[in-house]
Design a protein around this ligand. Structure first.
Ligand SMILES: Cc1cc2nc3c(=O)[nH]c(=O)nc-3n(C[C@H](O)[C@H](O)[C@H](O)COP(=O)(O)OP(=O)(O)OC[C@H]3O[C@@H](n4cnc5c(N)ncnc54)[C@H](O)[C@@H]3O)c2cc1C
Length: 247
């Protein structure tokens, strides 16, 4: 967690991006000075527990974060800054409405204008290598918000391919940039399996590439190994993060 206290923000509006993805637009006085957007910027989100109006958030202190006493701790999950507009004072976060019954997805589904949530300072930032011969971007629907920001940041004129697993054709989104997008439909199969198969059997552009991949943790681990061992990508050029774990 960052050393500054999380900001308490309020929902301005929400809209369905696809049947299973909801975009929640946040705003509020405490959004002033937020650390901006860019490729793959992550935030910790603090969700109120049922029956609570505002989540408890820690106060920044020199010895580390200090939690208010006597208040239940929030559920904390990691999300991506899909869009930050300093002028409009708005922050968009896209939530997958998965079927795993988690507090974050449930909060996003039910969030009405005025609902409170805590948001940390954004961390991370992907640095596309301007010298890479090609770029590979791999992810599932939880990664789509980050994928959109990564694709936007890739250098023009360099071959780029993306492999993206979603439930079905209705979950495909319009994405920025000029990468060749391969949508992979999961259907009734286990998360990550169809994506791993698509990547393993794909032809990559020639040369030394750079890869960004995120999604279900087991799949990410498997594909990272594939990129290093079978495709010979340089370990420093493979940026992999497990986003969630199938149980
Ligand atoms: C750096 C980073 C960035 C992320 N950005 C985003 C983002 O922008 N948008 C987004 O939607 N997610 C994002 N995620 C993933 C998100 O944090 C997880 O999906 C998280 O588990 C959701 O919390 P929850 O409270 O809804 O479910 P949890 O309480 O964590 O999990 C409850 C159950 O749901 C299952 N589950 C969790 N996620 C999924 C899923 N996607 N599909 C199927 N089952 C699932 C779990 O296996 C568990 O059984 C990101 C994760 C990381 C690490």
């Amino acid at each position: 967690m960052s050393t500054t206290a999380p900001r308490l923000l309020q929902v301005r509006r929400s809209e369905r991006v696809t049947p299973r993805m909801i975009r929640v637009t946040l705003g509020g006085k405490e959004l002033a000075g937020f650390g901006g957007d860019g490729p793959d910027r992550r935030i910790k989100m603090f969700f109120p527990v049922p029956g609570q109006e505002r989540p408890a958030v820690p106060r920044a202190a020199s010895g580390g974060p200090v939690w208010p006493t006597g208040e239940p701790r929030p559920a904390i999950r990691t999300y991506t800054v899909r869009r930050f507009d300093a002028d409009a004072g708005e922050l968009d976060v896209d939530f997958v409405l998965h079927e795993g019954h988690g507090p974050a997805a449930a909060w996003a589904r039910d969030a009405r204008p005025g609902a409170w949530v805590g948001v940390s300072e954004p961390g991370g930032r992907y640095e596309p290598d301007p010298g890479a011969d090609f770029h590979v971007v791999i992810g599932d629907e939880t990664a789509l918000p980050a994928v959109a920001t990564v694709l936007e940041a890739l250098p023009a004129g360099v071959p780029a391919v993306a492999f993206l697993e979603v439930a079905d054709a209705g979950e495909e989104q319009k994405l920025p940039g000029s990468a060749r997008i391969h949508w992979v439909h999961r259907g009734a199969r286990e998360a990550g399996g169809p994506l791993a198969e698509a990547v393993r059997t794909a032809e990559f552009p020639a040369g030394a590439g750079q890869a960004w991949l995120s999604g279900e943790s087991g799949c990410v681990r498997d594909l990272r190994k594939h990129l290093l061992d079978d495709r010979g990508l340089d370990r420093r050029k493979v940026y992999a993060t497990g986003y969630w774990r199938a149980r």
